[in-house]
Design a protein around this ligand. Structure first.
Ligand SMILES: [Zn+2]
Ligand SMILES: [Zn+2]
Length: 240
């Protein structure tokens, strides 16, 4: 049934004139690349700067976060409360609309561009998605974070990697875990390194759709650090 729906979506994209993913109006020629009309695209306001992954406080520069035990810096162009952002993420994640990753990656690239020109951040970066468990990826048909990496990589020219780490444990949904301790326990030992040679000594950007408690990202960062990663930046489209 899902395959049929996907086929119809693909056919509709070919046959029907493209419409804005947010408001549904027909797109002009120059708007088609982003799948957003100019009016909706102008309504997205992008955050500045980096955040502490523990308390999500905005960091004045790129110095160590206020919480010294943090293994990484949090980067997020949007807040999840923004209804337009939330709607694109939901289209991508739960409705299987892959092209919703295109405008999101565009905004990620804009945010990154500004972040790296105004801060003293390392230039040589490897970017990778938070991996999904094989069974979950099969069920959804794709990994939404990997799609974001793919479209982002095209725009900013970083090295993209999709198989440096993998999810070895099938975890329950993080949103169903009621306390930070349970969320931490749920993702404990969920990830394993596949290729440490491409992690050791590298500065790494890990992409995810939404950053909530950070338990998943902490676990990814722990594994990457153990494999010798240097600076780690968690790049999420939105933070809660
Ligand atoms: Zn629109
Ligand atoms: Zn903090």
């Amino acid at each position: 049934m899902k395959k049929v729906r996907e086929l119809f979506t693909a056919l509709a994209d070919i046959v029907l004139p493209p419409i804005c993913l947010i408001c549904g109006t027909y797109l002009a020629k120059e708007e088609k690349d982003l799948w957003l009309c100019a009016r909706c695209a102008a309504c997205f306001s992008i955050n500045h700067g980096l955040y502490c992954p523990e308390c999500k406080r905005r960091l004045p520069g790129t110095e160590t976060p206020c919480h010294k035990n943090a293994r990484f810096l949090l980067a997020a162009p949007f807040d999840f409360e923004d209804p337009k952002v939330r709607s694109l993420i939901l289209l991508l994640k739960y409705r299987g609309i892959r092209k919703a990753a295109i405008p999101l990656a565009f905004f990620l690239a804009q945010y990154i561009d500004r972040l790296f020109t105004t801060n003293d951040l390392p230039a040589a970066l490897t970017v990778l998605p938070v991996p999904l468990h094989r069974s979950k990826e099969r069920k959804r048909g794709f990994n939404q974070s990997a799609l974001l990496v793919k479209f982002l990589g095209k725009r900013i020219g970083w090295t993209t990697e999709y198989a440096l780490i993998k999810r070895v444990k099938k975890t329950a949904s993080q949103t169903k875990q009621e306390s930070p301790a349970l969320r931490e326990k749920n993702v404990k030992d969920a990830f394993a390194v596949i290729d440490a040679s491409k992690i050791k000594g590298r500065n790494i950007v890990v992409v995810d759709d939404v950053y909530t408690s950070g338990a998943t990202m902490h676990e990814v960062a722990r594994v990457l650090k153990a494999a010798g990663a240097r600076i780690i930046i968690a790049l999420a489209v939105a933070k809660t």
